[in-house]
Write a protein that binds this ligand. Sequence first.
Ligand SMILES: [Zn+2]
Ligand SMILES: [Zn+2]
Length: 177
Amino acid sequence: MLIHLNDVLSCEDKAAVRTADIGFESFDLELGSFPIVKKEPFELTLTNLGGEKLKIEGSIKLTAAVPCDRCLEEVKIPFALAVSREVDMKQTAEGRIADLDETDFIDGYSLDTDKLVYSEILMNWPMKTLCREDCRGICRKCGANLNRGSCSCDTQELDPRMAVIAEIFKNSNLEEV
Ligand SMILES: [Zn+2]
Ligand SMILES: [Zn+2]
């Protein structure tokens, strides 16, 4: 959704409140696409700070479904994003990119709310996602979810020295037969 900023920017000290929706159904990253399972409209307060500077404030709530790092079960991650950005409207888009500023959500005199929400989610994306602290993960042999009970795989890693002895016994048994 685009919010036009002209009227806020045309009067000094003017503040305006705008309501916006999250206009996308999933959060797409290079490592995957994560569904937004819950979202609600949010308000943004736009304040003209003078000198073509604008302050954008608001709080955005949404929930994304992210697979657990260990067992891949879906985990619902709630986000409470506190937005507080200052934008210098005098600066051109090229200038912002050169400054490595992340305000690509400003296009001319419009604010692209989806791009703003996207960049806020990105900054708050969890480094680690676990369904629970002690998630047991999945069996590397059969893929069973070990949180639901253990599988029948023999996952005991044999000590290499024991493996040599086991091999000798196996061979000697064969000779006896
Ligand atoms: Zn898990
Ligand atoms: Zn298994």
